[in-house]
Design a protein around this ligand. Structure first.
Ligand code: NDP
Length: 288
């Protein structure tokens, strides 16, 4: 048996086209969606991520405003900029690229973003809304995973779902979304005893641990849907520098029913969900 590939890149492309159409509509009605991105310092990986975000906006007809700030920007300056963007009616989404330089308190910075413009979904109000089933913004990666599962026709009601990882930006919101979809959810982490046994029970296995190829085929239930969130750079050997997931793709492929590749699975969906959240923020603003 060979697993079906869940092509996140292709789905993301379709979503971008839908976003472009709705963004043009909103613009015609007088609310061109706008995203502000703040990048503090010169972390090269962050610079690449931000470049992608700006390019995605351009290609989907969203207006993006990039503020590049020096690494020694004071917290007072950064917070003042966020407050100005909160008050700017042309800006519907605000994103502060993480990680921030160590002298800045990331949580305080995020809590300064208006929850109405929190398109990353990292604000405590967004986390609370997700927890209680209210309207807010859902972090892009777990939201993208849910879209991918829906598109693949995976029936989550009553399914055993196992999430490996409990971070605030992936594991926890992912578990909450799966629970909302009526799956029976287990969250595993670095202190979990017998990770393999938990994984082997999963009809849907979402792995977000940041450990290259840690989930091997023998840890997967035959026919399971495997979502690999991991993005790890291979440090050495013939594939040095290339990306690999948290799942050992080759051994998983022979056992799983469906699996996301890395790259080309969750990554493009994450990027597309930022556009979706920004569009949603603009749609809500237009309705106010
Ligand atoms: P974090 O480092 O914040 O969290 C990792 C989680 O995995 C922690 O909860 C940790 O447990 C758990 N973990 C670590 N080692 C093990 C282990 N051996 N067994 C079981 N659980 C383990 O990472 P993120 O959630 O931010 O990201 C996870 C991965 O997803 C990374 O590879 C990251 O690059 C990738 N990522 C990909 C995105 C995409 O768009 N494709 C977007 C965001 C992230 P504990 O809490 O006990 O320490």
């Amino acid at each position: 048996m060979t697993a079906r590939l869940l092509d996140g890149a292709a789905l993301a492309q379709r979503i971008r086209a839908e976003v472009a159409e709705r963004a043009a509509q909103l613009a015609r009605q007088g609310t061109p969606p706008g995203l502000a991105v703040l990048l503090v310092g010169d972390d090269p990986a962050s610079a690449v991520y931000v470049k992608h975000k700006v390019k995605d906006c351009e290609e989907s007809g969203l207006r993006s405003v990039l503020q590049r700030l020096p690494a020694d920007t004071t917290e007072a300056d950064l917070l003042a900029r966020i407050r100005a963007l909160n008050a700017d009616p042309a800006i519907h989404g605000i994103l502060v690229q993480l990680p921030l330089p160590p002298h800045l308190d990331a949580q305080r910075v995020i809590e300064t973003i208006s929850p109405l413009k929190d398109v990353d979904g990292f604000h405590v109000a967004s986390a609370g809304a997700l927890m209680t089933g209210q309207r807010g913004f859902v972090p892009c990666t777990p939201l993208g995973v849910m879209r991918l599962l829906a598109h693949a026709g995976v029936d989550l009601a009553g399914a055993e779902a196992v999430v490996v990882g409990r971070s605030n930006i992936v594991g926890k919101p992912q578990a909450m979304l799966l629970l909302q979809a009526s799956a029976t959810v287990t969250i595993c982490h670095s202190r979990t005893r017998d990770l393999a046994a938990h994984c082997r029970r999963a009809d849907v296995l979402v792995v977000a641990a940041g450990r290259a190829r840690m989930i091997t085929g023998d840890m997967i239930k035959p026919g399971a849907v495997v979502i690999d969130v991991g993005m790890n750079r291979i440090p050495d050997g013939p594939q040095a520098g290339r990306l690999c997931g948290d799942v050992d793709f080759d051994s998983a492929l022979a056992v799983a029913g469906a699996i996301t590749p890395v790259p080309g699975g969750v990554g493009p969906m994450t990027r597309a969900m930022l556009l979706v959240n920004t569009l949603e923020a603009a749609t809500r603003a237009a309705a106010r």
